[in-house]
Design a protein around this ligand. Structure first.
Ligand code: SF4
Length: 325
C-alpha cells in the first residue's frame, strides 16, 4: 500500500456557479520512505495541492477527490479534529520563508516544545531534552544556547533548520518541503538540501519536494511530477524525465536552464506566463506558449495517458531525441 495515494484531486475557489479551479485531475502516489519531486513555475498549483492535502486551506477553498488516502486513512472521511491530529504527528510541512514561519514573540525552545506537547505526553524536562536532541539532529551548533534564542537572532539558514526540527518533532512518516531553499543563499541551499536528504535516510520518512527548481529536484527525487496550470502534465522516474522529456513544457523547463547553454549563448526562456485559473485557454492550457502546438491543441484538452515508464498529457508527445521547437 502506498503511503500517499491521491487520485483526481480538485481544488476550487470563487463562486459555486463560476468555480475557479486552482488544481484539477491531480494524481500522486508516494511509497513509504520514497523521495518524490513536484515541479512547476510559480502559479502552477503545486502549493495549493499540498495545502489541500495537509488540510491547511481556508474555508473559501472547496476540495474534492476520487481518492485522498494517507496510509489506511481516508483523509476526506476524517473529522476536522482527527485530521488535525495527523498533522505534525504523521505528516509535516516545511515552507519557503523560515523567518516568517517562526513566531517572533517566542523563543526557539518554546516553539519546538509546543509542537512536542501538542502530540506527545511528556514532562517539561523530557520535552526540553527532546528539543535539544532535535536541534542537534538538524546540525545547529551550540544547541543548548539556541533554545533560549529569539528567531531574529538566527540567520535564514538556521531558522530553516529550526523549522525542520519542528516538523520532525513527532517523527512524521511524510515530510512535504515546499520550496525549502528558495529564500536562502546559494551555499545555504545546498546545506539544507543535504540535511533534508540525510534526515530522510536516517529516519526512513517519505519526502515530497516541491519546487520550481528542476535541477534541485533532479539531484534528489526518484520520481518527479511536472505541473502546469493546475494539472500534472508529465510524471516518470526523474532520470528519464530529465534525459528524455516527452512533454513540451518539461522540455522547455530544461531548455531554460543556464547550465544547458554555452557561455555567451542566449537563454531559451519560456515566453509568457502560467495562466491564472480564470484565464486558462481552451484546449491544452500550454498551447499559447508551446513551440510544438498544432490546431488540435487549441480545441481539445489532452488527457494524462500512460507512456513508457510514466505518463504524459499531450496530443503530440515529443520524440525523446527531439531538438528544441
Ligand atoms: Fe504542445 Fe499541443 Fe502537447 Fe499542448 S497538446 S503540449 S500545445 S503539443
Amino acid at each position: 500500500m502506498p503511503l500517499l495515494d491521491i487520485e483526481g484531486l480538485r481544488v476550487d475557489f470563487g463562486d459555486r456557479g463560476r468555480p475557479l479551479a486552482a488544481v484539477e485531475e491531480f494524481d500522486l502516489r508516494l511509497d513509504v520512505g520514497a523521495v518524490r519531486g513536484l515541479v512547476g513555475e510559480s502559479g502552477s498549483g503545486k502549493s495549493v495541492a499540498m495545502l489541500a492535502l495537509m488540510g491547511l486551506l481556508g474555508p473559501d477553498a472547496r476540495i474534492a477527490a476520487d481518492r485522498l488516502h494517507f496510509g489506511d486513512a481516508d483523509l476526506l472521511a476524517l473529522s476536522r479534529g482527527a485530521r488535525r491530529g495527523l498533522l505534525g504527528r504523521e505528516m509535516a510541512m516545511v515552507f519557503q520563508d523560515p523567518i516568517a514561519s517562526l513566531d517572533p514573540c517566542f523563543r526557539i525552545g518554546a516553539q519546538i516544545e509546543e509542537t512536542i506537547a501538542r502530540h506527545e505526553r511528556l514532562g517539561r524536562s523530557a520535552r526540553r531534552e527532546r528539543a535539544l536532541e532535535l536541534l542537534r539532529s538538524v546540525g545547529i551548533p551550540a544547541p543548548a544556547s539556541r533554545l533560549a534564542a529569539w528567531p531574529h537572532q538566527l540567520s535564514g539558514g538556521m531558522c530553516q533548520r529550526v523549522m525542520i526540527a519542528i516538523a520532525l518533532a513527532c517523527r512524521p512518516r511524510l515530510l512535504i518541503a515546499d520550496e525549502p531553499t528558495t529564500a536562502l543563499d546559494v551555499t545555504v541551499q545546498a546545506q539544507i538540501m543535504g540535511l533534508l536528504l540525510d534526515l530522510q535516510r536516517r529516519t526512513g520518512m517519505a519526502l515530497l519536494l516541491v519546487s520550481h527548481d528542476l535541477p534541485l529536484i533532479a539531484e534528489t527525487a526518484q520520481r518527479t511530477s511536472v505541473m502546469y496550470a493546475g494539472r500534472i502534465v508529465e510524471e516518470r522516474p526523474t532520470a528519464s524525465l530529465v534525459a528524455r522529456p516527452r512533454h513540451p513544457y518539461t522540455r522547455a523547463l530544461l531548455d531554460a536552464l543556464p547550465e544547458r547553454h554555452r557561455r555567451g549563448e542566449r537563454l531559451a526562456a519560456i515566453h509568457g506566463s502560467v495562466p491564472t485559473p480564470g484565464a486558462r485557454p481552451a484546449g491544452c492550457a500550454f498551447h499559447p506558449r508551446c513551440p510544438w502546438a498544432r490546431p488540435r491543441c487549441a480545441d481539445e484538452a489532452p488527457a494524462l495517458l500512460a507512456d513508457g515508464d510514466g505518463s504524459v498529457r499531450c496530443h503530440f508527445p515529443l520524440d525523446p531525441g527531439a531538438a528544441s521547437g
